[in-house]
Each structure stands twice: as C-alpha cells, then as structure tokens.
Ligand binder design. Structure first.
Ligand code: FEO
Length: 166
C-alpha cells in the first residue's frame, strides 16, 4: 500500500502529466496553423508522450491499491509570438515538472518507499532528456535568429526529432 502522502503526490503528478499533454497539444495547434508543420509534428508527438507518462502513473496507482483520479484541467495557453517563445515555455514547464518529480523522490526516501522511488527514477531520466532537448532546440533557434530560410529548414528538422523520440 502507498502512504497517504505518496498517494497524494502521485495523484498530483497524474494531473501535471495530463496538463503537460494538453499544453503541448495547444502548442501543436498553434504551430500547425502558423506554417510550422515540423514543429507541429514534434509537439503532437510530445503531447502523446506526456499522455503515456500520465497513464504509467495511473496504472501504478491502480496496481498499488489506490484508485487514480482523472482531474479537471485548466485550458492551456494557445497563442504564442514565435517558436522561440514556445520552446522557452516548454523548458520552463519541464523544469517545474522535474522539481515536482524530485520532490516525490525526496518524499519516497524519507518514507522508505523504495518501490515508488525506483518507479520514479524512470521519470527523472525522462526529465533530464526533455530538458536537454528543449535547451538544444532553444540554442539552435538563437543561432537562426531572424533568418527565415534557416528557420524553414529547422522546422523540417524538428519533424525528424519527433520521430526520433520514443
Ligand atoms: Fe512528463 Fe515532460 O513531463
């Protein structure tokens, strides 16, 4: 059985992953209608990945004697000024998610919940990859600056990154 504390933290994390999925879906819609088809592919794929993260947590909760809650979500931001703004918000968002996962692990260790700690390590690795990817995309967008030709090519490259994700 999960402790009440860990159960609540995991339930909150379910909501955060669901909200991440919706956030990326809204970003994908923005990109799709602004001519950034590659970025849209990347963001649709990322939205699916976040849903997978949510499902994995839901199944863990259900298998450990709890019942996962599917919570109501606030509507995500839908308008952006640039691809740079989109990826900067992704990085900020993922940093907050990493802190949240780190906090769950801290609580697992304090409560001697090694099983949940072990389960959450997968999320920690995933976060490291996601933050690193967002940073490298921001670096490239910085290099591109206002060069629309390069931005066009980079958008195509982003579609490739979507299929390289798992
Ligand atoms: Fe599943 Fe990107 O947090």
């Amino acid at each position: 059985m999960l402790s009440k504390n860990i159960e609540q933290l995991l339930q909150d994390q379910v909501k955060k992953e669901a909200s991440s999925s919706q956030t990326y879906l809204a970003m994908a819609c923005w990109a799709d209608t602004k001519g950034f088809e590659g970025a849209a592919d990347f963001l649709y794929a990322h939205s699916d990945e976040e849903r997978e993260h949510m499902l994995k947590l839901i199944k863990f909760l259900n298998e450990r004697g709890s019942q996962a809650t599917v919570a109501a979500l606030d509507a995500p931001k839908k308008d952006f000024n640039s691809l740079m703004e989109v990826f900067k918000s992704i990085l900020e968002h993922e940093i907050v998610v990493t802190e949240s996962i780190n906090n769950i692990i801290t609580n697992c260790l304090a409560g001697n919940d090694h099983l949940t700690n072990n389960f959450m390590q997968w999320y920690m690795n995933e976060q490291m990859e996601e933050e690193q990817l967002a940073r490298s995309i921001i670096d490239k967008l910085e290099m591109i600056g206002s060069d629309t030709g390069s931005l066009y090519l980079f958008d195509k490259e982003l579609a490739g990154l979507a299929s390289a994700e798992h």
